[in-house]
Write a protein that binds this ligand. Structure first.
Ligand code: SF4
Ligand code: SF4
Length: 169
């Protein structure tokens, strides 16, 4: 597993972003045969190569959405009511989802990139970046958003382009 090199990530992204987005657009409309079977295998390769603790970009530059259950669980941990917690830390986004007011996330320890509420973190955080959560055609649009921030998503798409790029029109 390698530490994330942000300079290299930014350089590669600037070179390949357009082609990778084009791959995501095309594969979303016309998925290569077998892509849903291969994605979980490629995901395993990605996690053998990417060290999230050297990154934490998702906690620094993005926000999870908080479900009602998240709110209940996390506020109880801080001896707050869900409403108190919501007023202190959260706001509604344009989709009316509850998201963090602050970036980086208030629960990120910036010294070691660890989540201070790891065991009870939002469900959205525990699954992020959801590399093989759904069928490719149902999730490619999320990879399109995440590729700009998440080196693991970038790596997944890079591997998909290597494997399926030639068969996509
Ligand atoms: S709750 Fe934890 S895992 Fe989720 S964004 Fe905040 S620091 Fe990151
Ligand atoms: S999930 Fe992506 S953005 Fe978050 S820490 Fe891991 S590589 Fe970085």
């Amino acid at each position: 597993m390698q530490a994330v090199n942000f300079r290299s990530f930014a350089r590669k992204l600037s070179i390949h972003r357009k082609a990778f987005r084009s791959f995501l657009n095309k594969s979303e409309k016309n998925p290569p045969r077998g892509i849903d079977k291969i994605t979980p295998l490629i995901e395993k390769e990605v996690w053998a190569e990417v060290d999230c603790l050297s990154c934490a970009n998702c906690c620094k530059k993005m926000t999870p959405t908080f479900t009602k259950q998240d709110l209940k669980r996390i506020s109880a941990h801080f001896n707050q009511t869900p409403d108190e917690f919501r007023k202190q830390w959260l706001q509604k986004d344009k989709n009316k989802d509850l998201v963090n007011k602050n970036q980086p996330c208030q629960f990120l320890n910036l010294k070691d990139n660890k989540c201070s509420i790891y065991a009870i973190r939002p469900v959205d955080c525990s699954g992020f970046p959801h590399l093989s959560k759904k069928k490719w055609t149902e999730y490619a649009y999320i990879h399109k958003q995440n590729i700009d921030y998440c080196p693991a998503t970038y790596k997944l798409v890079e591997k998909m382009v290597e494997r399926f790029g030639d068969s996509i029109k």
